[in-house]
Design a protein around this ligand. Structure first.
Ligand code: HEC
Ligand code: HEC
Ligand code: HEC
Length: 491
């Protein structure tokens, strides 16, 4: 299951209330009139092959298939994938050009409105599970190319998908209007003349198309990318943690060479540094590995000049998260000690045959070392726990990279309990990674349940009673002022 970045849900009562109360300095408000929203603009013109081919490339760079094609052999863009969010599952819709169940009736202007303002053809608001907060930056030319591709090169599929039913108040799509007014920066990308062409290209790729920030930037209590918190400084994505990828040499990716970063984005694997699992594996498998090398270099040039930010997956230690630990030296002596460590017993039974008893992995790196590994050296163990629960499943250049899952999807004999995973994680951290990080039973329980719940999701059961209280208070106020007026009149 793709767990969602948080992609955000709004609330009626809460966000409307906050919207009216908050002055929201620095937050752009939606502008209602789009000069480029002339209906049917591109439909009449016969699209040429070059435009369609360009649209196809853009759809890959924007990773539309990650959500709109159901995993494991779903029909391209026919939808049906239920994306887990803290507020409930949101179903990605059919965006094939079917006129009955897809987007076949969309005009170019309607298509642009969906990508940029998150509004459906029938005027209903989309949830930001659809990353329109990023796509809003797409140029006119690129939205036209995408439109030409979807209308003329994607096969129409006339089958419906399940409807999304979120619990009240998230079920009220109109509340997203207030959310958008607060958080949607409805603006096209403008190159920064002070930066090189390559950096500007990278910024456009990373921010408008590949939407890196929807996972790597922290979210606020209303599930929007937190404009008060530093961009790309690290955030939870369900049970995973998308680390700080700013230019900071210790806390971000500033200590990686350009070639290593390009290799990571292309393959998901840099020996002695990191591997990509979970949502990052999906981004690489469906999108990033297919980008031309020049585009990956542009993204890396852009990352390398982002403002350096401290925190977000790395402790205050002077070492970057990929520089912790080394092989257990004296294996025989260790074994004596290890026999009494419950984590060792799990490790030797479930992990050692691939990652080796001393954690070095295999020489060719196919089974990676557990030291010098960002999953074990950070200031948090999310990616270690999530990897144990969900494994690794990433196909790059036709070759699968696979580690089995030991969580609920595992076969009965492989499945590990919360206690076993906590013991195992603490063993791995103390032996190979950042020994200062400790994993509790509760950490594992939360990860197994899908990751930390944001405040908004936790508050959901109380939002209805809260709204009722506000309403009662308003009624009481109105009644009182009427009574006061009547009393004044009768004087
Ligand atoms: C991270 C997941 C994700 C990605 C990536 C994504 N979408 Fe979506 N999209 C969704 C979801 C979920 C919905 C339905 C949201 C809802 O019901 O509120 C949606 C809805 C839409 C709709 C509205 C269709 C309708 O009438 O119901 C269009 C159009 C659309 N997406 C086009 C695209 C295009 C084009 C791309 C790539 C440029 C893309 N999407 C990428 C998740 C995604
Ligand atoms: C769907 C969510 C998602 C998107 C989109 C995404 N990432 Fe990630 N990224 C993650 C997660 C989660 C991890 C941790 C993966 C792991 O360790 O297995 C990660 C890891 C990384 C790492 C390795 C960091 C480390 O210390 O191990 C880099 C570099 C990175 N991402 C860059 C990017 C760039 C650049 C983009 C956009 C082009 C991007 N990511 C888009 C979720 C995402
Ligand atoms: C069948 C072989 C196999 C077994 C068993 C196995 N792993 Fe892995 N492990 C892999 C492979 C393959 C990768 C990913 C390599 C890649 O991405 O290129 C991996 C990756 C990892 C990573 C890095 C993930 C990331 O997101 O950065 C960690 C941590 C890890 N394994 C820990 C464990 C632990 C703990 C166990 C025992 C429960 C275990 N592995 C069992 C093969 C295995």
């Amino acid at each position: 299951m793709r767990s969602m970045s948080f992609k955000s849900r709004g609330t009626t009562a809460l966000s409307l209330l906050l919207w009216t109360l908050c002055a929201c300095p620095g937050l752009a408000r939606a502008q209602d009139v789009r000069p480029d929203a002339a209906p049917g603009a591109a439909q009449s013109a016969a699209p040429d092959a070059a435009l369609i081919a360009r649209g196809r490339q853009l759809a890959v760079a924007a990773d539309c298939a990650a959500c709109h094609t159901a995993p494991k052999g779903g029909v391209p863009f026919a939808g049906g994938y239920a994306i887990e969010s803290p507020m409930g599952a949101i179903v990605a819709t059919n965006i094939t050009p079917s006129t009955t169940h897809g987007i076949g009736a969309y005009t170019l202007a309607e298509f642009q409105r969906a990508l940029r303002q998150g509004v459906r053809r029938d005027g209903a608001h989309l949830y930001p599970a659809m990353p329109y907060t990023a796509y809003t930056q797409l140029s006119d030319a690129d939205t036209q190319a995408l439109y030409a591709y979807f209308m003329h090169d994607v096969k129409p599929v006339d089958t419906p998908v399940a409807e999304t039913h979120l619990p009240f108040p998230f079920s009220v799509r109109a509340s997203m209007a207030a959310w958008n007014a607060m958080f949607l920066k409805d603006q096209r990308f403008t190159p920064d003349p002070a930066k090189t062409e390559q950096v500007n290209r990278g910024a456009y790729l990373a921010n408008a198309l590949a939407h890196c920030s929807t996972c790597h930037t922290p979210r606020n209590t209303l599930m929007a990318e937190d404009l008060g918190k530093p961009f790309l400084s690290g955030a939870n994505v369900g049970p995973w943690f998308a680390p700080n990828i700013t230019s900071d040499k210790v806390h971000g990716i500033g200590g990686w060479s350009d070639d290593e970063l390009v290799q990571y984005l292309k393959t998901g694997q840099v020996h002695g540094k990191a591997q990509a699992a979970g949502p990052m594996a999906e981004a690489i498998e469906h999108s990033l590995q297919h980008l031309p090398e020049a585009d990956l270099r542009a993204i890396v040039a852009y990352l390398k000049q982002t403002p350096a930010v401290v925190g977000g997956g790395t402790s205050t230690d002077i070492r970057p998260r990929h520089a912790f630990g080394d092989a257990s030296r004296d294996e025989v002596a260790l074994r004596g000690l290890n026999d009494v460590d419950p984590g060792w017993r799990v490790f030797s039974a479930s992990c050692a045959h691939c990652h080796q008893e001393n954690g070095t992995g295999t020489r060719n790196g196919e089974y990676p070392s557990l030291f010098h590994n960002t999953a074990t050296g950070g200031d948090r163990a999310d990616n270690l726990i999530a990897t144990i629960l969900h494994g690794v499943d990433r196909t790059v250049a036709g070759k699968p990279h696979f580690m089995p899952a030991f969580g609920d999807d595992a076969s009965f004999t492989d499945r590990l309990s919360d206690q076993e995973i906590a013991d195992l994680s603490n063993y791995v951290l103390s032996r190979y990674g950042n020994a200062a990080v400790k994993v509790s039973l509760e950490d594992v329980r939360v990860a197994r349940a899908g990751g930390p719940k944001p405040l908004l999701a936790k508050a959901q059961p109380f939002l209805v009673p809260a709204a009722v209280l506000v309403l009662l208070a308003l009624i009481a106020l109105v009644l009182r002022s009427r009574r006061a007026k009547r009393a004044r009149r009768s004087l």
